[in-house]
Design a protein around this ligand. Structure first.
Ligand code: ADP
Ligand code: MG
Length: 244
């Protein structure tokens, strides 16, 4: 029996009177990789942002382990330290070196010494083959290298779960693979991941579960082999036919 790391119960969210999340139930187990797929505008990013408390839910609740993080009395900063998030682009601070980008949060918010944080950062950079770029500024790196650094920066905080929002979709196709490789490694190490992605082949390979969103609802979810080969809903089938 694996335990629940992150759970959304009947989450609703509206913007200016338009409901974009219409009752989302999602339970993510420890070590599970969940891929959110669905058309643009279906609510994937909003869901990820709600899970990280970047958006306040209107109704329903969200749990991180046994803490209800949508409780208004919660310490939002403390919760965010336990949940890593990487976006499509512009993740790194442009005026800080790669090393400083990675050590900033562990030192400022994680209470670690700079020396300890730097040594961990260099180890993590070595694992993605970028230790020689520790002193470089982000704009000297390729987009793929920047996203790999952004992933390393997120995991340097040792989050309980990692949320990834289309982190390869702004990249030159040549650079997508190296970023996906890092996600593969994180999965192998047992990281719990919820990722929105357009990379269907990758989702199929790496996900334990695919969640197909349509119009602010979970239309269908299931193991990749089942969802991709024998979707239950006509709407899922139609989406998949258009996204081969
Ligand atoms: P996806 O990530 O699946 O493309 P989003 O979560 O970004 O979908 O968007 C879902 C819907 O919510 C869209 O109609 C979008 O325009 C709307 N939306 C998202 N964020 C905001 C916001 N801050 N203000 C107003 N509308 C928003
Ligand atoms: Mg999005």
């Amino acid at each position: 029996m694996s335990s629940s790391v992150l759970r959304a119960d009947a989450v609703h969210k509206s913007f200016n009177g338009t409901e974009v999340l219409k009752g989302i139930d999602l339970d993510v187990a420890e070590g599970e990789v969940v891929c959110l797929i669905g058309a643009s505008g279906s609510g994937k990013s909003t869901l990820l942002r709600c899970l990280n408390l970047l958006e306040q839910v209107d109704d329903g609740d969200i749990w991180l382990g046994d803490a209800e993080i949508t409780d208004p009395r919660i310490d939002v900063d403390a919760i965010r330290r336990r949940i890593g998030i990487v976006f499509q682009a512009y993740n790194l601070f442009p005026h800080k070196t790669v090393l400083d980008n990675i050590v900033l949060a562990p030192v400022k918010a994680g209470g670690r010494s700079r020396a300890e944080a730097a040594s961990t950062a260099l180890e993590l950079l070595a694992r993605i083959g970028l230790e020689d770029r520790a002193g470089a500024y982000p704009d000297a790196l390729s987009g793929g290298q920047q996203q790999r650094v952004a992933l390393v920066r997120a995991i340097a905080m040792r989050p309980e779960v990692l949320l990834l929002d289309e982190i390869t979709s702004a990249l030159d196709p040549m650079l997508v693979g190296e970023v996906l490789d890092v996600i593969r490694d994180l999965r192998t190490e047992g990281m719990t991941i919820v990722m929105a992605t357009h990379e269907m082949a990758f989702a199929r390979e790496v996900a334990d579960r695919i969640v197909f969103m349509a119009d602010g609802r979970i239309e269908e979810s299931g193991p990749p082999d089942q969802l991709f080969t024998a979707p239950q809903s006509a709407r899922t089938a139609e989406f998949l036919a258009r996204h081969r």
